[in-house]
Design a protein around this ligand. Structure first.
Ligand SMILES: *Cc1c(COP(=O)(O)O)cnc(C)c1O
Length: 390
């Protein structure tokens, strides 16, 4: 996607179906149900014989607009919006898996994703093996005859390891399994997994799709047909549907997605370069730096490096905590994907519950900090970090 002009127009114009009032901005349909003209129409809608909305757990025009727009941006046929990123992962799992199936998941996925696969789905007879996401051989080696789903997050959090989507798609195909990519960190503005061969894309719309930290939302994106029909079937019955208010906020977020991702990635790259030169820093993890072990793959697969930069400070936890505590502007919070820059100490927060050995194996040291770069002036972000570093 070297040329972003098509993307930019889709982001602003897709999914608009004006009402009889001719509103210019997308309308927000805050209604739980829809009325029918007569009994026959009601009956026809319920049997599926006539198109039209029935109830907002099933469909809602504002939610449909968001689905249409996000599908267009991912280059997909279909999208099902969900109440949160986690319910998008749950809806996918409930659709493509049954008791006795096996899942391969990259080890450094979002914490709740690990819990969902191991504890919740484990209870229903679905077994999950966690593998090193960046090693194609590790995925191949862990395949079993009953493997039905490969689930990967790339870049990983917090170390920004890159998994090779095209290679994993080939591994999944060879095993008759599906590849689902959690595209939260890159968004379609930087990476379009379906074009690289993935079967499904998962989003936590809570992060960059909203982009301003306002609402929860999620989505599953992919080809129409069995899987997406299945995901929608799960959603309309089980109910983790996206609220029309949140869908409206997310629609407006998508309009500025590409320019936000570009600006925040650009600032993140400059911050990463500055940190790499800083004497107080041991190591910087950022896919846009030539020092990143998978720089070439990142360059091939992503348009830019993304907005998340992690770095190991000299002096371990003491220094890391000092850097956090000396900030005055940057928000101390584990969230990301906001215009406001955030900082977190993974070893004692997001990754605090796993054992020290497991943390060490995952490469998450006591001196590691993760910054999700927002839209403030880069000079102010640097000054805020410099206070604790010097
Ligand atoms: C936040 C996040 C999720 C979960 O999304 P929610 O909207 O919080 O449910 C899933 N994957 C990644 C990569 C995330 O960062």
């Amino acid at each position: 996607m070297a040329d972003t002009s098509e993307f930019d127009t889709l982001a602003v114009r897709t999914g608009i179906h004006r009402s009889q009032f001719g509103e210019h901005s997308e309308a927000m349909y805050l209604t739980s149900s829809f009325v029918f003209e007569n009994a026959a129409q009601a009956a026809a809608r319920f049997t599926g014989g006539a198109e039209g909305n029935i109830y907002s757990r099933f469909t809602n025009p504002t939610v449909s607009a968001f689905q249409e727009r996000l599908a267009a941006l991912e280059g997909a046929e279909a999208c099902v919006a969900t109440a949160s990123g986690m319910s998008a992962i749950l809806a996918t799992a409930m659709t493509v898996l049954k008791a006795g199936d096996h899942v391969l998941c990259s080890a450094s996925v979002f914490g709740s994703t690990v819990q969902l696969f191991s504890n919740i789905l484990g209870k229903f007879g679905v077994e999950t093996t966690f593998v090193a996401g960046a090693s194609v051989a590790a995925w191949e080696g862990a395949l079993r005859p009953d493997t039905k789903l490969l689930f990967v997050e790339t870049p990983s959090n917090p170390l920004t390891e890159i998994a090779d989507i095209a290679a994993l798609a080939a591994v999944a195909r060879s095993a008759g399994a599906l590849l689902a990519v959690d595209n939260c960190f890159c968004t379609p503005a930087l990476q379009q997994p379906l074009k690289l061969g993935a079967d499904l894309v998962i989003h936590s719309a809570t992060k960059y799709l909203d982009g301003q930290g306002r609402v929860l939302g999620g989505a599953v994106v992919g080809p129409r047909g069995a899987v997406m029909d299945g995901v929608y079937g799960f959603l309309r019955t089980a109910g983790p549907s996206l609220s029309p208010f949140n869908a409206w906020v997310l629609l407006k977020g998508l309009e500025t997605l590409r320019i936000r991702m570009d600006a925040q990635s650009q600032a993140a790259l400059q911050l990463a370069q500055w940190l790499e030169r800083h004497t107080g820093i041991e190591r910087v993890y950022y896919p846009g730096l030539p020092s990143h072990p998978q720089y070439a793959l990142a360059k091939k697969q992503q348009r830019l490096g993304g907005a998340v930069v992690s770095f190991e400070v000299k002096g371990g936890r003491e220094t890391a905590w000092r850097v956090v505590d000396e900030t005055r502007m940057i928000s101390i919070t584990a969230n990301l994907g906001d215009t406001k820059t955030t900082i977190t100490h993974p070893a004692t927060t997001t990754h605090g519950r796993i054992s020290a050995e497991a943390r060490k194996a995952a490469g998450i040291g006591e001196g590691l900090l993760r910054v999700a770069v927002g839209l403030e002036s880069l000079g102010d972000i640097q000054a805020d970090l410099e206070r604790g570093l010097s």
